[in-house]
Design a protein around this ligand. Structure first.
Ligand SMILES: Nc1ncnc2c1ncn2[C@@H]1O[C@H](COP(=O)(O)OP(=O)(O)OP(=O)(O)O)[C@@H](O)[C@H]1O
Ligand SMILES: O=P(O)(O)OC[C@@]1(O)O[C@H](CO)[C@@H](O)[C@@H]1O
Length: 317
């Protein structure tokens, strides 16, 4: 089973603004609302790929139904602790003229240690060894930034594989417990390593240092430039597929979701990387935080280029 944890969910409001200008009056041309938050996006993509997951987290009572309904309609199992307050609304500004996506994310609402413990208990009673627990997204304001580190350590001691995708201090501290899988984008990896990573070789050098700490799989996503997968004995390069994106919101979540399903099904890292590339690229062709269309994924799978980077040999499709 795959468990996704979203401690700070969001309602994503995606708006398009032509030629968005800071410090000026901007006019919205289209607007849409989606259930958001990284773990929730992961569960929705897993469902779209025909897999199963349980989505867990904490939701403000005001706005909770937007998220619960989206999960119910898709038949996704979920467990959310409801608390007083509003689900945060994250604004995603898409400027098709200048080809930019700007995120303006609210902080969210504070949660108590009891509410956090409730979620952790729910995972513990349901999980079995070899299950995957996806810890992803920002923590609610005031939460101990070492929470992902503590949870990763306790969950992996029980034999589950933790997939961690966050940023700033919670991510920095989380990797100290050597999660099985991490998916930083280039900027997040640079934050982790306190250095700029201008080339693939720089990324590989820093990635290897992280693998030496016990992390098993690092999938570095590079936006339109594709991704790089690092394990103890493989470096796989996935080239970007050229498309005209509608919304890149949740592209990283789609990539992680696809990878989690592939590993649950014991596919090779090569196949997992290939599918993750097609799924995440299909995601950017969807509006808002919508999960990708399976027909588009199938079509993009024929365009993926994946190769063993160390040998520079293109692998058979
Ligand atoms: N503009 C794009 N064109 C084609 N593919 C893209 C584009 N942006 C993202 N992707 C695909 O999605 C994957 C993940 O994207 P990205 O590196 O932006 O993740 P991220 O920064 O974690 O995203 P987010 O935080 O918005 O979920 C990329 O590796 C690529 O396969
Ligand atoms: O503020 P966080 O928790 O870091 O990120 C939240 C968020 O930007 O991530 C998802 C896309 O990955 C969106 O659905 C959501 O709004």
């Amino acid at each position: 089973m795959i468990f996704t944890v979203t401690l700070n969910p969001a309602i994503d409001k995606t708006v398009t603004i032509d030629n968005f200008r800071i410090g000026d009056v901007n006019r919205i041309t289209t607007s849409r609302i989606d259930a958001g938050g990284k773990g929730i996006n992961v569960s929705r993509v897993i469902n779209q790929l025909g897999g199963k997951s349980i989505a867990l987290g904490i939701l403000g009572k005001n706005g909770a139904s937007t998220i619960q309904n989206a999960l119910d309609i898709s038949g996704i199992d979920h467990y959310f602790v409801l608390i007083d307050g509003d689900v945060r609304v994250n604004l995603k500004i898409i400027d098709c003229q200048n080809h930019t996506n700007t995120d303006i994310n609210e902080a969210g609402i504070s949660v108590s240690n009891e509410q956090l413990a409730d979620i952790f208990d729910q995972i513990q009673v349901r999980m079995k060894p070899d299950d995957i627990v996806v810890l992803t997204g920002s923590l609610p304001p005031g939460t101990d930034p070492s929470l992902y580190r503590q949870w990763t350590e306790m969950l992996q001691r029980r034999g589950t594989r933790v997939f961690l995708d966050a940023d700033r201090t919670p991510f920095q501290m989380g990797i100290e417990s050597a999660p099985f899988f991490i998916k930083p984008n280039r900027f997040e990896l640079e934050q982790l390593c306190h250095t700029t990573l201008p080339s693939l070789d720089h990324i590989i050098a820093e990635g290897k240092k992280l693998l030496n700490t016990g992390i098993k799989v690092i999938l570095v996503s590079l936006g339109a430039e594709g991704a790089l997968l690092l394990t103890e004995d493989q470096i796989i390069r996935v080239e970007g597929i050229r498309v005209k994106p509608q919304s890149t919101v949740g592209a990283g979540d789609a990539m992680l979701a696809s990878f989690a399903i592939s590993l649950e099904q014991h596919q090779s890292y090569l196949e997992a990387a290939r599918l993750a590339s097609a799924v995440s690229t299909a995601k950017v062709l969807c509006p808002g935080s919508n999960p990708p269309d399976p027909a588009v994924i199938r079509q993009l799978l024929t365009q993926t280029i994946v190769y063993d980077y160390s040998k520079r040999i293109t692998l058979e499709r």
